[in-house]
Design a protein around this ligand. Structure first.
Ligand code: SF4
Length: 245
């Protein structure tokens, strides 16, 4: 017991400050990209998921992007990934990085902010996910991130949840479970699409076994990435409930 206490004292306080000034993704992390017209056709051709359009309205759709970096390797003059982890957006259309400034996620309305701003309970559903997005959500509950200090917590029952965090491309097998989970949650409730698969199918887009999020389940927060970095997930959640802007 004494050894355990001494080890605890030696380790000190391990929870990271968030958001912290100058905080960036680790050196190999890919964040919000900057795109330029020159060479964009080459970048678009290199993208395995058709996330880049090089026509009259050039843009990179972070909802389709899996952040593999192939475009930047093929045409570094056209696509440059920064280490800015603030990738979340409030609408599907806002996920495109083009010539205008990237539209980051906005907070919920005043009434919902008042309800969820200090206590936000989430039910996570893996609707055919590979486990990567789920793992990065899990990381947020470790002592390094301490999600609970912001009043955010994952709960076991949809009856206790304010928000549904969906990962995975929503397979046919999980469609009913997803709908039942959503319907079991008390109103008001919000839905979060976490990861490229939940947003648009990711690598499984168009597969006959994947149906995607039903159109009648409205999404309030999109978190791009494959998987999203925990910093990006936490940033999006805090923006959604109005804790940062
Ligand atoms: S980083 Fe994104 S846009 Fe670039 S090639 Fe990979 S999936 Fe396509």
């Amino acid at each position: 017991m004494i050894k355990a206490l001494l080890a605890r004292v030696r380790q000190g306080y391990r929870t990271m400050e968030f958001p912290a000034p100058g905080l960036k993704l680790p050196h190999r992390g890919l964040g919000v990209p900057v795109i330029r017209s020159r060479g964009l056709e080459r970048a678009a051709a290199a993208c395995p998921y058709g996330a880049i359009s090089a026509g009259t309205e050039p843009g990179l759709d972070l909802g389709r992007c899996v952040f593999c970096g192939a475009c930047a390797a093929a045409a570094p003059e056209a696509v440059e990934f920064t280490r800015d982890y603030k990738v979340c957006a409030s609408s599907r259309g806002d996920l495109t990085v083009g010539r205008r400034d990237y539209q980051r996620a906005a907070a919920l309305g005043a009434e919902l902010r008042g309800m969820f701003g200090r206590s936000f309970r989430l039910r996570q559903i893996s609707a055919g996910g590979c486990g990567a997005c789920e793992a990065d959500c899990n990381v947020l509950q470790t002592l390094a991130w301490d999600l609970g200090r912001f009043g955010i917590q994952f709960v076991a029952s949809p009856r206790h949840a304010d928000g549904l965090l969906v990962t995975g491309p929503v397979t046919k097998n999980m469609e009913l479970a997803l709908r039942k989970t959503y319907e079991a949650m008390p109103a008001p409730k919000v839905v979060i699409a976490c990861g490229a698969c939940a947003i648009g199918g990711g690598p499984y887009a168009g597969h006959e076994e994947c149906v995607g999020l039903p159109a009648d389940i409205p999404v309030s927060l999109y978190i791009p990435g494959c998987p999203p970095h925990p910093m990006s997930i936490l940033d999006g959640l805090l923006r959604l409930i109005g804790r940062i802007d």
